[in-house]
Design a protein around this ligand. Structure first.
Ligand SMILES: Nc1ncnc2c1ncn2[C@@H]1O[C@H](COP(=O)(O)OP(=O)(O)O)[C@@H](O)[C@H]1O
Ligand SMILES: [Mg+2]
Length: 194
């Protein structure tokens, strides 16, 4: 049940971190259900729920309420808390970080390290995660430029790596781009122990 530990939060850092810390506490008090179980209890995606406590941005109210429901928390109390956090977050002055990289990748695809700026694919990522965890083979099809590579690299791979259950978390993840000799490429990588 022990998954990859969540990165530490500083609850005094602002409303987003405080809200994430409160959600984590609620989950811990509910005997730390896995995000997969919480997803099953609520119909919200597992990665959406885990993102809610990541402290990167304020989750939406429906996501917070689903999280709270999955941990047997008091909905009305948490809705009020969320409103307060949203008001505090809106009132915070914007910090102009000169070094902040814009999330726009141009024509390039999103890579696994871009997971924190990869938006709008939570639902697809969850569906893919479920398929990949329950089938021997899963394929993603779509027109060129529709975001397949980004979905796999910045959506699925980080979600697989963050999988809390050691039984479901893959021991190795390889990205192969099959050329004319795909079989040899796979065998070569296996031999090289990559
Ligand atoms: N979730 C997203 N939000 C914004 N832009 C995206 C998203 N996913 C992909 N893109 C952009 O769309 C373009 C095509 O993405 P890519 O993953 O290479 O698609 P495919 O592999 O299907 O050809 C790239 O410019 C990429 O940065
Ligand atoms: Mg591609």
């Amino acid at each position: 049940m022990a998954g990859r530990p969540e990165s530490p939060l500083d609850p005094s850092a602002g409303p987003v971190a405080r809200s994430a810390a409160e959600l984590r506490k609620l989950r811990a008090e509910a005997d730390s259900p896995t995000y997969r179980l919480m997803a099953r209890r609520t119909g919200q995606g597992a990665s959406t729920l885990s993102q809610a406590a990541a402290g990167e941005r304020l989750p939406t109210l429906p996501v917070v309420l689903a999280y709270v429901r999955a941990c047997d928390g008091d909905q009305a109390e948490w809705a009020a808390r969320w409103r307060e956090a949203a008001a505090d977050a809106a009132a915070e002055p914007r910090t102009e970080d000169e070094d902040a990289e814009p999330p726009y990748r141009g024509l390039a695809r999103f890579e696994p390290d871009d997971a924190n700026v990869f938006f709008g694919r939570d639902e697809l990522t969850d569906r893919l995660l479920n398929l990949a965890s329950s089938r021997r083979f899963t394929a993603v099809f779509g027109p060129s430029g529709s975001g397949k590579s980004s979905l796999l690299r910045a959506g699925l791979i980080p979600a697989l790596q963050a999988e809390p259950s050691p039984h479901l978390r893959p021991a190795a993840i390889r990205i192969l781009t099959p050329g004319p000799r795909a079989g040899e490429e796979v065998a070569g990588r296996k031999l090289a122990g990559e």
